[in-house]
Design a protein. Structure first.
Length: 445
């Protein structure tokens, strides 16, 4: 099963190996498209605004007039003529947005940057008619035509701003797009740090289906596996501890009965061999029970491992199951000074049990009655038949010392566990001064 999961995951990873690269590429293209769209819209808007501004105002005319005035000052300062081409070209270069032509008597004398300087003498009229200005040169007046791109600086500056803003939009969108991935990587890093600290309770969120999601899924499976392994280890330790504690508690009861039987043999009660043999057999039974309990200390995992449990293959009648053990318990309690009120009705019904568990359950009940029951009130022992189940019920008054009933409840936990493993029910009713325990098993038809 694990190999199948690994191979399936490997095929899925191979199929989606470039998911992250594709996402980054799509994100880049999307951000670039958004930047271009923003640039186009912004360029159209700013261009329309500048066009409207220049159309509605006389800014360009004033700029052209100022340039003409500057040229007149330059001519006067240098006493220039239209034939001082180098000095005029020098001025034009400083004003690199200006194209200058000089005419006299409709004859072209100078053109800035003209590729046809050699043929100027053949031109008798300008290339085009435009608004002209008359300037005073050192050799007389001449007409000039000045073409200035005086709005160029505005459009060029606007273009630079548009490009910068568009790139900023692209950059912001791209960063916002990868921000989730970066935050997810940081989240995984935090989760790994938490796992390194020994905390396995916080799940790792799996987002998407790319490589980061597969990494998160792998980390989550690792977390669950580690948590499960640690839980299994803790459960085994706790199970072993509970078993050892329970069996150690169960050993006290047969030891008490064993001591009682030895005391009877040492007394003058047994005068014939048959009585002595009877109690010797009881002692051997208790010794065998103690040996079984001690052996189970070395088989701690069997009690909580259902695969190793002995099958419930003993089908017995209710009388065969409890009669001998209840008789022994009655004799034991009477020897301890208790009075027993037995209301036993043995019907012909069968139940599935483990007799070693039944012996331990009755011994625990006997031990608890000696510890906690008051001897001044009779102990009631009866059989129960109800809801297609059969069993026994034991009720007694509780001895209260200094207002507190002290108990570790280890024995009753073992009783409930063993009854549950035999598919039975253990019901306990405890009031201020009374205690009742009912043990029921399903009737087998």
């Amino acid at each position: 099963m694990d190999k199948f999961k690994i191979s399936t995951a490997a095929r899925f990873m191979g199929k989606h190996a470039n998911n992250l690269i594709k996402k980054l590429l799509l994100l880049f293209l999307g951000a670039a498209a958004a930047g271009i769209f923003f640039f186009s819209a912004l360029h159209m808007g700013i261009s329309w605004g500048l066009d409207s501004f220049f159309y509605k105002t006389d800014y360009l005319e004033h700029a052209e007039q100022r340039t003409v005035e500057h040229l007149q000052e330059y001519i006067q300062e240098g006493a220039l003529t239209p034939y001082d081409k180098e000095l005029l070209s020098k001025w034009v270069k400083k004003k690199d947005v200006v194209y200058l032509e000089i005419y006299r008597d409709n004859r072209l004398l100078y053109a800035s940057g003209s590729p046809m300087d050699m043929a100027l003498e053949d031109l008798v009229s300008p290339y085009y008619k435009n608004r002209s200005y008359t300037l005073k040169f050192a050799d007389g007046e001449a007409d000039i035509v000045l073409l200035g791109i005086f709005d160029y600086q505005f459009y060029s500056s606007a273009l630079i701003v548009e490009i910068l803003l568009s790139f900023l939009v692209f950059f912001i969108l791209f960063i916002l797009g990868i921000k989730k991935g970066i935050q997810y990587i940081q989240e995984l890093q935090t989760a790994i740090s938490v796992m390194e600290g020994g905390c396995l309770e916080h799940p790792i969120a799996v987002k998407g289906e790319d490589e980061l999601a597969k990494l998160a899924e792998g980390l989550e499976q690792l977390r669950l596996s580690l948590k499960q392994n640690i839980q299994i280890e803790n459960d085994l330790k706790q199970a072993n501890q509970n078993l050892i504690t329970g069996i150690a508690h169960d050993l006290r009861t047969p030891l008490t009965a064993l001591t009682m039987y030895i005391q009877i043999l040492q007394s003058d009660v047994c005068t014939d061999e048959s009585s002595k043999q009877y109690y010797l057999e009881k002692i051997m039974g208790k010794a065998a029970m103690m040996k079984e309990l001690s052996d189970r200390l070395f088989e701690c995992s069997q009690i909580h491992d259902e695969a190793d449990e002995k099958p419930l293959n003993e089908m017995r009648t209710l009388q065969d199951t409890f009669m001998d053990y209840l008789s022994e318990m009655t004799m034991y309690l009477e020897n301890q000074g208790f009075e027993i009120n037995a209301e036993l009705e043995w019907r012909t019904v069968s139940i599935g049990v483990r007799m070693d568990y039944i012996a331990r359950i009755v011994d625990n009940m006997s031990s608890n009655l000696v510890k906690y029951a008051t001897s001044s009130v009779p102990i009631t022992l009866k059989t129960i038949y109800e809801n297609h189940m059969a069993g026994i019920e034991v009720s007694n008054q509780i001895t209260i010392q200094n207002g507190v009933v002290e108990s570790t409840k280890v024995g009753i936990k073992n009783v409930k566990r063993m009854i549950s493993q035999m598919n039975g029910i253990c019901q306990i009713e405890m009031e201020q001064e009374s205690y009742k325990i009912r043990i029921l098993f399903p009737i087998i038809d």
